[in-house]
Ligand binder design. Structure first.
Ligand SMILES: Nc1ncnc2c1ncn2[C@@H]1O[C@H](COP(=O)(O)OS(=O)(=O)O)[C@@H](OP(=O)(O)O)[C@H]1O
Length: 170
């Protein structure tokens, strides 16, 4: 008698656990479909923001050839014509803009590095030196490291572009 009672209790709790698990799964599934649709199985997180971190994103390499992600960002910025004043001495901008129109070229020229590549951080390190002091050589040696990302040309923020503000510099 006691054995039968125990087994019926076990069966009841097993059934309850099964129903509870199924209902929990259904709730989670509905929640995922209704509220998290944009983050499930898509790469929308990267659209218009920043590229996925690349191990070899050294400055010159990065500025030299725009990968798909950077191009996407440039294209979206051009479409939205959201190009404030900016960075006049970026040589490599020309490479991307060559296929576009003259106005696209101008917009690209006026974009800061942050707008082109989505990196809104201030630099962690600055190389300061007098003219002909060998600063370029220092930069080239440091940027060999895969974790270092640096601009391709000197931004001249403190001497020529200081009035443009930190938003431009980022
Ligand atoms: N290790 C070492 N030893 C001696 N000389 C060196 C060294 N590294 C760079 N250089 C020379 O430095 C000159 C470039 O300096 P910068 O990078 O500061 O150039 S710049 O002022 O920004 O244009 C440049 O000199 P010039 O060739 O006379 O222009 C480099 O040859």
């Amino acid at each position: 008698m006691a054995h039968r009672f125990l087994s019926s209790t076990n069966r009841f709790s097993a059934r309850f656990a099964f129903i509870f698990t199924v209902s929990l799964s259904c709730t989670y599934l509905c929640y995922s479909i209704l509220f998290c649709r944009s983050t499930v199985m898509t790469n929308r997180g990267y659209e218009g923001r920043r590229c996925p971190p690349s191990k070899n994103a050294g400055g010159k390499k990065l500025l030299g050839k725009l990968d798909n992600c950077a191009s996407l960002e440039v294209r979206s910025a051009l479409d939205g014509s959201a190009a404030p004043r900016g960075y006049s001495d970026l040589r490599n901008i020309k490479a991307t803009a060559s296929s576009g129109s003259q106005s696209d070229d101008m917009k690209l020229r006026n974009m800061s590095v942050a707008q082109k590549y989505g990196n809104k951080k201030l630099p962690n390190a600055l190389i300061v030196g007098v003219k002909k002091g060998g600063t370029r050589a220092v930069l080239e040696f440091i940027r060999i490291h895969p974790d270092v990302r640096a601009v391709g040309t000197e931004p001249h923020f403190f001497d020529r572009n200081y009035d443009r503000g930190l938003d431009w510099y980022r």
